[in-house]
Design a protein around this ligand. Structure first.
Ligand SMILES: NC(=O)C1=CN([C@@H]2O[C@H](COP(=O)(O)OP(=O)(O)OC[C@H]3O[C@@H](n4cnc5c(N)ncnc54)[C@H](OP(=O)(O)O)[C@@H]3O)[C@@H](O)[C@H]2O)C=CC1
Ligand SMILES: CC(C)CCC[C@@H](C)[C@H]1CC[C@H]2[C@@H]3C(=O)C=C4C[C@@H](O)CC[C@]4(C)[C@H]3CC[C@]12C
Length: 276
């Protein structure tokens, strides 16, 4: 009874007029999320480093019917970017309903090379900037009873080979945001936190990096983007996409970890990695 009665149905109208920040929106899943939000009539504020690409995304969002569309360009390593995003949301949108944290810094798909500096840099971009954005946007989200959506990965729940620095940053997100969700619950803070556990998705960067090595076909970024938005709008604690290839393998994780590790390794053709 509890299971079914708590399942509200998603309707695109849920996003109409909502004010949403999407990070990493110049490409891949973030770009597709911006288009879905635009079709639903949301006010979208997109961000990434490449201003020219963001300009095109904003134009397409307007054509698709967005309530409004704006951009802030800059690196998430830079606190000035987070500050500017929050200022634009406050001054031009009058607040914020949903913060979608999606960007990731460039890494390599190969054996860990021992570069500690790269791990540090990736933690700054993939983890610390998520924390900083959350802290800066929280007053607005508390006012609106809004939502934080954190895009993570199966690699943030299970150790996969060839993504050592990346995986560390994604595990960190789970620790931070799952702990924070508990505190919000204790303090009755009406801000939802949705952690998204994604499998292999067909974005340009991911396919280029990994498709040769992986014996898994990537899932479509358009559908992935929609499932993330749905989960955020319904205030779900976690989103699994695709469900069968993420949620089901996780059933093995705590009870048959060695078996899961073995099944994972069988899906990699390590001999095809380009020499590091
Ligand atoms: N694709 C996949 O197979 C999977 C993806 N995911 C997750 O989904 C999310 C999106 O992935 P995907 O769409 O593939 O990623 P992409 O590589 O396609 O896009 C990454 C985005 O982040 C931006 N970005 C990169 N570096 C910075 C920076 N320093 N500051 C600000 N923005 C930056 C890029 O724009 P710009 O270069 O202009 O700054 C771009 O818009 C990520 O969180 C990823 O971990 C999870 C599981 C699998
Ligand atoms: C065998 C099953 C239990 C499921 C396995 C799923 C595996 C294969 C999935 C889950 C998470 C995926 C990685 C990811 O999160 C993000 C990126 C960044 C991108 O730029 C390059 C591709 C990469 C490394 C993905 C590669 C494929 C991974 C490991």
């Amino acid at each position: 009874f509890c299971f079914y009665s708590s399942r509200e149905k998603f309707k695109p109208e849920m996003l109409r007029g909502k004010r949403v920040i999407v990070t990493g929106a110049s490409a891949g899943i973030g770009e597709q999320m911006a288009y879905h939000l635009a079709r639903m009539g949301a006010h979208v504020l997109v961000t990434a480093r490449t201003e020219a690409k963001l300009q095109q995304v904003v134009e397409r969002c307007r054509a698709l019917g967005a309530g409004s569309a704006r951009l802030v360009s800059g690196s998430m390593e830079d606190t000035a970017t987070t500050q500017q995003l929050v200022e634009v949301a406050e001054a031009e949108l009058g607040g914020l309903d949903m913060l979608i944290l999606n960007h990731v810094g460039k890494s390599y798909f190969n054996y860990f090379d021992g570069d500690v500096g790269h791990v540090q840099k990736l933690l700054d971009i993939n983890f610390l900037s998520y924390v900083a954005m959350t802290v800066s946007a929280l007053p607005m989200l508390k006012r609106s009873g809004g939502s934080i959506v954190v895009v993570s990965s199966m690699a943030g729940k299970v150790g996969f080979p060839f993504t050592v620095p990346y995986s560390a940053t994604k595990f960190a997100l789970d620790g931070f945001f799952s702990s924070l969700r508990q505190e919000f619950s204790i303090q009755s803070v009406n801000v939802s936190i949705t952690l998204c556990i994604l499998g292999f998705i067909d974005t340009e960067n991911a396919v280029r990096a990994a498709s040769d090595v992986l014996l898994i076909s990537p899932a479509p970024k358009e559908e992935c983007a929609l499932e993330i938005i749905k989960g955020g709008a319904l205030r779900q604690r976690e989103v699994y996409y695709r469900y069968a290839s993420t949620k089901l393998p996780l059933l093995l994780r705590d009870w048959a970890a060695e078996l899961l590790d073995l099944l994972v390794r069988q899906r990699y053709r390590a001999e095809r990695l380009r020499a590091a």
